[in-house]
Structures are given as structure tokens and as C-alpha cells.
Ligand binder design. Structure first.
Ligand code: ATP
Length: 234
């Protein structure tokens, strides 16, 4: 459903991505691994239309979306859980979730989805009227995920969703991601935590200095452990 071809991104003189090509099929959970500064966040921000590429193309279900603006990209079905969660601390849980549906027209559908988010994330239901800032780290991450789902994405981009979470909470978040995959939602996640990705992703790309240096299933990468460790700097 997502096809990226020869993508290049520069920030002034800094070349953040060089000739990145990848394909993600519908309903796959794909992991992007790489050390600090490898270009993982840049890749997600470019797909989301937040950063403009200097070259290459991004296609969604066969249409070229490379030049589309960020809010168009959301309308086309791509939602982004940003690094650091990006929830609004002074808005309530409810308000944060409703903001996630800003591109949608049908109020009744938004309300139905809101109810289903509270069902999916009971800890958010308990804190519906509290400000985002009152939530624990794990709850904030659930809120960021639920807010992205309020856009009814077909492709979810998640940036370092495990960062700062206790392992048991991380596992809960990943169970949610796997449940989304069962519903046919494609998930692309960026992580520094290689074990987590190796355990959960259908296919993995490894980025280094803005280039894809390795790709395969977890089994394929595990069979090549020395190489994988070398690229991940472990
Ligand atoms: P991290 O895990 O630390 O977020 P990352 O793999 O997500 O790392 P990016 O944040 O995409 O990597 O950064 C890729 C390169 O681009 C790095 O060299 C970084 O310093 C640079 N970079 C990122 N954002 C900007 C920006 N807004 N302006 C200038 N350079 C940037």
C-alpha cells in the first residue's frame, strides 16, 4: 500500500535521507530500526508531509502523494504518532481525542469512534475529563495512539512509541498495535529498541546514516546477527 522510491531529504547541508526505497503491504507491521540520527524520524515526517523531500517519490495505493500537504495526508488515511507523543497537556483526554478527528466531517462517526477508543483504552475512559498533563507516561502514549486512530487511518506511523515506558506498558501498547494489524491497519514503527521490533514486526528495515543498509524478516535478520548488531551499533 505504501511505496517509497529513491527518497532523499536534506536539511540545509545535512543529508538526512539518501535514496531510501521501501514497500509496505496492507496489514503489515513494519519496523524501522537504526541508531540515533539514522534518519528514522525524518522518514516518518516526510511520509506525513511535514518535511519536504528533495528527491524521490512516495505513493499510497498507487497514487503519488509526495507533494501533498500534511492535512491532506491525514485525509488520505495516514496518521502519525509523533516522537514525544505531542499530546496537548492543557486539553482534557476527551478534547485531545476529538482534535485527532479534525479532518473528519461526520460528527456521528466521530462520536462512535470516540466511544470505541474509550472501550479499547479503559485507562483513558477513567480519565476522560482530566487534562493530558495528569496522565502517566504510559497513559499519554495510549492517548497519542488513540488520538491518531481518531483520524481513522489505514496507515499508522508510530515514532519511538516505547520510549520511556516500563516494559509491561510497552507490551500493552504493542498488543494494541498487533490488534490494529488484525483489523487490516498497516503499521510502520520506528524504534531504537531492536528486540521489540524483532519480536513483533513482520518485516524490518535498518537505516544507517540515512540509507537502508539491511532488510528482512526478523528470522532473516536474526540469522545475520553479527551484521545486524554491527549496523545497530550494539
Ligand atoms: P533520533 O532517534 O535521535 O530521533 P533519527 O534516526 O530519528 O534519530 P533524525 O531525527 O531523522 O534521526 O535525524 C537524521 C539527521 O538529520 C541527523 O543528522 C539530525 O541531526 C538531522 N536533523 C534532524 N532534524 C533536523 C532539522 N530540523 N534540522 C537540521 N537537521 C536535522
Amino acid at each position: 500500500m505504501l511505496e517509497i522510491s529513491d527518497l532523499t531529504v536534506k536539511y540545509g547541508a545535512i543529508q538526512a535521507l539518501t535514496g531510501v526505497s521501501l514497500r509496505i503491504g496492507q496489514g503489515q507491521l513494519v519496523g524501522i530500526l537504526g541508531a540515533n540520527g539514522a534518519g528514522k524520524t525524518t522518514l516518518l515526517r516526510t511520509i506525513s508531509g511535514i518535511v519536504d523531500p528533495t528527491g524521490g517519490t512516495i505513493s499510497l495505493n498507487g497514487s503519488n502523494i509526495t507533494q501533498r500537504k500534511a492535512d491532506d495526508i491525514v485525509r488520505l488515511g495516514i496518521a502519525h504518532v509523533p516522537e514525544g507523543r505531542g499530546i496537548f497537556p492543557d486539553l482534557t483526554v476527551r478534547e485531545n481525542l476529538i482534535v485527532g478527528a479534525y479532518t473528519r466531517r461526520s460528527r456521528s462517526e466521530v462520536h462512535a469512534d470516540y466511544a470505541s477508543m474509550l472501550e479499547m483504552f479503559p485507562s483513558l475512559a477513567r480519565r476522560e475529563r482530566q487534562d493530558g498533563s495528569m496522565l502517566s507516561g504510559g497513559e499519554q502514549q495510549m492517548l497519542a495512539l488513540a488520538r491518531a486512530l481518531m483520524a481513522r487511518p489505514t496507515l499508522l506511523l508510530a515514532d519511538e512509541i516505547s520510549l520511556g515506558l516500563a516494559p509491561v506498558i510497552t507490551q500493552q501498547v504493542f498488543e494494541h498495535l498487533k490488534a490494529l494489524r488484525e483489523r487490516g491497519i498497516t503499521v510502520m514503527l520506528v524504534e531504537q529498541n531492536a528486540n521489540l521490533v524483532m519480536k513483533n514486526a513482520d518485516y524490518i528495515y535498518v537505516l544507517k546514516h540515512g540509507q537502508i543498509v539491511l532488510q528482512g524478516t526478523a528470522q532473516e535478520l536474526a540469522a545475520n546477527k553479527d551484521l545486524t548488531d554491527a549496523y545497530l551499533g550494539e
